[in-house]
Write a protein that binds this ligand. Structure first.
Ligand code: ACM
Ligand code: ZN
Length: 499
């Protein structure tokens, strides 16, 4: 093949004469003490993907070089007849370069021979936040599956794994001070199977995933959704609700009336214990506090919530949510953490404005992101209208997997995190974007793969590659090659119409 055909498209590729050729896989060399983690991960990945050992007495080799600048995710890769040189000032930049090489290996290795056109790649990303969210509450995914996913995500320079750990249908995070969250809060009746399932991640498993991701230069951002989407927590601790229950870990998929009681200080005791746990387990400076789809019916009727409204001199129950956001953001700050919330955290903020350092994740279209940037808040774009909702079908076909809405690969490719509506330099507040896989109808890893790929490939290009280098026809051409790589990784992926 006479092109690299990688995804996302690099900033610049210049082909030169000739080919790098090697029988078997070439060994990687770096000066002692340099890029050790990156070399280890690359070797583990390539040996796993090709099922053969690296050949250390090959004359052809890969050399990793450290530069002084620039201190970013950029790298330079030069491929000549008997050597591949990757240079970067940072370990993350080197890792990104090695993942591009891993892609090229996956497509240019035939019959035991690696043959790569000579050339020079210079590259760096547009946005730092290039994420994927996986909902592990509606369906539980194993540690092994998440590791496989992380190995596939880093191939596309995904930098954030947003881990949705709690919802109405399951609480997957162990919290020492609240043991019933995982004793009762993740035990769910499945009426189809007519049996219970009970899954959560142990602290050791969470640390294992965080370390595995970190070695692949992916930051894990945990989400504990508060104060709505909390039926699983209420099933464990009914005294935290407005009515006192009874509640149950939900089998159905909906937006439920029951939420944590805003008049009960127990909400903040729970939040404090959760944040203490998250601070211990997750090095990321961000904690996602959810905040989406909170119904106000219970707060309207609850005497404790009404008392709170009076004490705080609020204009009604909806303003309780912005007060809760304000309190949670303050609690997180004690642990040196920054809150992220779904775009509802922008609403009902007349009395308690959204704290300045809070980050808004725009999901109901781009409007939330536009408004947040206008208010000077940082933004992550994951609009459900732009192919970022990976639970939607790939195409409008009753035979297709996914929920009733449609988000094509082309739509995902055309994601534009900085919108036309963002005036002045508001675009500088946009950290990036992400794809979200909600898993109400996704009960197995294989189904998750099918919905994630190749839409995440398109999203990664929208977030990594400069607009001037983005071309849908060229993306489609590269995707034909890239599908072979996804096959090589053992990923189930959608191969139908892209528009
Ligand atoms: C969401 O999709 N409820 C954030
Ligand atoms: Zn209440």
């Amino acid at each position: 093949m006479n092109e690299y055909a990688v995804i996302p498209q690099p900033a610049s590729i210049k082909y030169t004469e000739g080919n790098f050729k090697c029988e078997g896989l070439p060994a990687v060399f770096a000066d002692a003490g340099l890029f050790e983690n990156e070399v280890d991960v690359f070797n583990i990945q390539t040996e796993k993907n090709f099922d053969i050992k690296v050949c250390t007495n090959n004359p052809a080799c890969i050399r990793l070089l450290k530069t002084e600048t620039p201190e970013d995710e950029g790298y330079r890769m030069e491929i000549i007849a008997d050597e591949i040189r990757i240079s970067s000032a940072t370990s993350v930049g080197m890792f990104r370069g090695l993942q591009v090489l891993r892609q090229i290996f996956l497509s240019h290795f035939d019959d035991g021979v690696l043959s790569i056109p000579c050339g020079v790649v210079e590259d760096r990303p547009c946005f730092p936040w290039r994420g994927l969210m996986l909902d592990c509450a509606r369906n539980f995914f194993s540690v092994e599956f998440i590791k496989k996913l992380l190995d596939s995500l880093c191939l596309h320079h995904v930098s954030i794994f947003h881990w949705h750990l709690t919802d109405d249908q399951g609480w997957r995070l162990p919290v020492k001070k609240y043991p019933l969250l995982t004793e009762l809060g993740c035990k769910r009746y499945d009426s189809r199977e007519r049996s219970y399932s009970q899954h959560f991640y142990t602290e050791a498993e969470i640390r294992e995933i965080v370390a595995y991701a970190a070695a692949r230069h992916i930051e894990v951002v945990p989400e504990v959704d508060l104060p709505g989407h909390t039926n699983a927590a209420l099933a464990a601790y009914p005294e935290l609700g407005c009515t006192g229950g009874p509640y149950k870990v939900e089998e159905r998929f909906s937006v439920f009336e029951d939420v944590l009681c805003a008049g009960n200080d127990g909400l903040f005791d729970l939040a404090q214990a959760v944040f203490e746990t998250l601070a211990d387990l997750f090095p990321s400076k961000y904690v996602h506090i959810g905040g989406d789809e909170v119904k106000f019916d219970r707060w309207n009727e609850c005497p404790k919530c009404q008392k709170r409204i009076t004490e705080l001199e609020l204009d009604g129950a909806p303003q309780l949510q912005s007060w809760i956001t304000y309190r949670l953001t303050g609690l997180l700050a004690k642990y040196g953490k920054v809150a992220i919330g779904w775009d509802e955290i922008l609403e009902n903020t007349e009395k308690f404005p959204l704290p300045e350092n809070a980050v808004v994740m725009s999901w109901r279209g781009s409007e939330g992101g536009n408004k947040a940037a206008e208010l000077g808040r940082r933004v992550v774009m994951s609009p459900n209208s732009s192919g970022c909702y990976l639970d939607h079908k790939h195409i409008d076909d009753p035979e297709e997997l996914g929920r009733k809405w449609v988000g094509t690969v082309a739509k995902a490719f055309h994601l534009t995190p900085i919108t036309d509506e963002m005036g002045g330099d508001a675009g500088s507040l946009v950290l990036g974007g992400q794809g979200n896989l909600w898993t109400e109808t996704v009960y197995a890893g294989k189904l998750a793969e099918y919905l994630i790929f190749p839409r995440i490939c398109a999203i990664s290009e929208a977030l990594w590659t400069a607009d001037k280098n983005r071309d849908i026809a060229d993306f489609h051409k590269r995707l034909l090659v890239h599908r072979r790589r996804l096959d090589g990784l053992g990923l189930l992926h959608y191969t139908g119409p892209l528009e």
